[in-house]
Design a binder for this molecule. Structure first.
Ligand SMILES: [Zn+2]
Length: 392
């Protein structure tokens, strides 16, 4: 068995700038499919597709990394098929980077049954009730077949109402599973990341991120971060947040884990997507974000704009001959009026879902471009305050 004790990984992450007044930072993560400039927003492609969009749309709105999900892809279309089709990139014709969530969250939230053993977790498919068993090692094998650029370790999720004793028990299993996932990973993947003279990296294989759990309990978050920091991982996910806790509880959890994570590795906060929350977490030093929120609200007619949320169903927009957001450079804002989008939505035309989704994702990728510029100019906190004032 591979002994991971002495393995030192090279994180292919170049830190560029740090804000002098808070923990915000910019960087570049290198993957086998290119670069991801951080802080980054990653749209969610759970079923090998960002809902209502094509890969060309994602390229046009300057998306560099998307998120997909091992639980969903394993159940449908199946990891064997994906491997046969040349991996997820080839299957969905996406040339950018892909991060796959391990499925711990979905096993917890979607499955009709979840039974955790020392070895792994039993669950029932939410499609047909069939029974399946995930182990940390099997999840690494599935992610390898999917061929994503960033793999994550299987973890144990608990309800947000769980007490500290339950959270500790789940964390102990998550820590053991992360070690097993890292052992499996290093038995399959030879290190071969090289840094060039200009500071860029050559990355010949997929990367592995561990998941920091510990719910809202500061001591557990600290313990989780310290343990993950000792493992040969390329980066860290911060999981189990954005599940119903207050903003103060989330901030406290972040304050107790981020300082214990090595600065030279990227940090990704799972499942968080409103502009205010993202900006808050960036000020704590989080680099990567994902959320279904921008595309989900788009299908309900809600657009994110520099003046806050706009509901295209409101009567006032039926006659307005101006774009969703005059500060946005997306294809939709350049071409279509609020009146047209209002008409499409009211007529039940699916194109309205697509157009508002394009705009909402561009709103966030554009916001991240501005965030990076402001961090590098040392004016991030001013930008954050301005956004919080305007975005209602
Ligand atoms: Zn737009």
């Amino acid at each position: 068995m591979t002994n991971i004790e002495n393995i030192k990984v090279i994180p292919p992450f170049k830190l560029k700038a740090k804000d002098p007044k808070c923990s915000a930072r910019t960087g570049v993560l290198y993957t086998k499919h290119g670069i991801v400039k951080t802080p980054v927003f990653m749209p969610v492609a759970t079923q090998a597709c960002v809902k209502a969009l094509t890969e060309k749309d994602l390229e046009d709105i300057k998306v560099e990394c998307i998120l997909s999900n091992t639980y969903h892809l394993y159940l449908r279309p199946g990891t064997e098929l994906l491997e046969k089709m040349g991996g997820l990139h080839n299957f969905m014709r996406w040339n950018g980077s892909i991060l796959t969530d391990s499925g711990g969250f979905q096993v917890h939230s979607l499955s009709h049954l979840r039974k955790i053993t020392k070895e792994g977790v039993w669950f029932k498919s939410h499609h047909d009730g069939s029974k399946h068993f995930f182990t940390p090692e099997k999840v690494i094998e599935y992610e390898s077949k999917i061929g994503s650029d960033i793999w994550t370790c299987l973890d144990v999720l608990i309800p947000s109402t769980a007490n500290e004793r339950e959270a500790k028990k789940a964390l102990e299993i998550t820590k053991r599973w992360a070690k097993r996932a890292a052992t499996k990973y290093h038995s399959m993947v030879n290190q071969g990341i090289k840094q060039n003279a200009d500071g860029s990296f050559e990355v010949p294989h997929s990367l592995l991120f561990g998941i920091v759990q510990g719910s809202i309990f500061p001591k557990l978050r600290e313990d989780a971060a310290k343990t993950m920091a000792t493992l040969p991982l390329h980066g860290f996910c911060i999981g189990g947040l954005s599940v119903g806790e207050t903003r103060a509880e989330m901030n406290l959890a972040l304050e107790h884990c981020i300082p214990h994570l090595p600065e030279e590795k990227p940090r990704y906060l799972m499942g968080l997507g409103t502009p205010q929350e993202i900006l808050d977490c960036i000020s704590h030093g989080v680099d990567m974000f994902d959320c279904v929120w921008p595309t989900r609200v788009a299908r309900n007619g809600q657009a994110m704009t520099s003046n806050g949320r706009l509901n295209i169903k409101n009567a006032e927009f039926r006659t307005q001959d101006k774009p969703l957001d005059d500060k946005c450079d997306c294809f939709v804002c350049k071409n279509y009026s609020r009146a047209y989008l209002s008409h499409l939505f009211r007529s039940g035309e699916l194109t309205s879902h697509r157009l508002i989704s394009i705009h909402n994702i561009r709103f966030l990728t554009h916001m991240m471009e501005q965030v990076r510029e402001h961090i590098e100019a040392g004016t991030f906190l001013e930008y954050k305050a301005e956004m919080e004032k305007n975005y209602k």
